[in-house]
Design a protein around this ligand. Structure first.
Ligand SMILES: [Cu+2]
Length: 95
């Protein structure tokens, strides 16, 4: 019974935590991609940033759509991650 209560409390805490976390999506322009494997490198770099849940990188559009928890990371950390991977990027939209 105590274990069950602990599990229930933990579930509530996790639920409350995710209620406060606001998932945010931004588009980063990455102008220097020059071949089809560049997006893979960029995606891996972005997904390593704590708080990033999704990264869709398009070579055709030279951009990266990134979904992240803005309680854990921010746009500056995302652009730094692509910079560090060799691809400078900047925010394409202000949403
Ligand atoms: Cu490349």
């Amino acid at each position: 019974m105590n274990n069950l209560t602990a599990v229930a409390v933990t579930a509530l805490l996790i639920g409350a935590g995710s209620a406060f976390a606001a998932p945010r999506q931004v588009t980063l322009t990455v102008p220097t991609m020059d071949c089809a494997t560049c997006p893979v490198t960029i995606k891996v770099a972005l997904l390593k940033v704590p708080g990033v849940s999704r990264a869709i990188v398009s070579y055709a559009h030279r951009n990266a759509k990134v979904t992240f928890d803005d309680g854990k990371t921010n746009v500056a950390a995302l652009t730094k991650a692509t910079d560090d991977a060799g691809y400078p990027s900047f925010l394409a939209d202000k949403k």
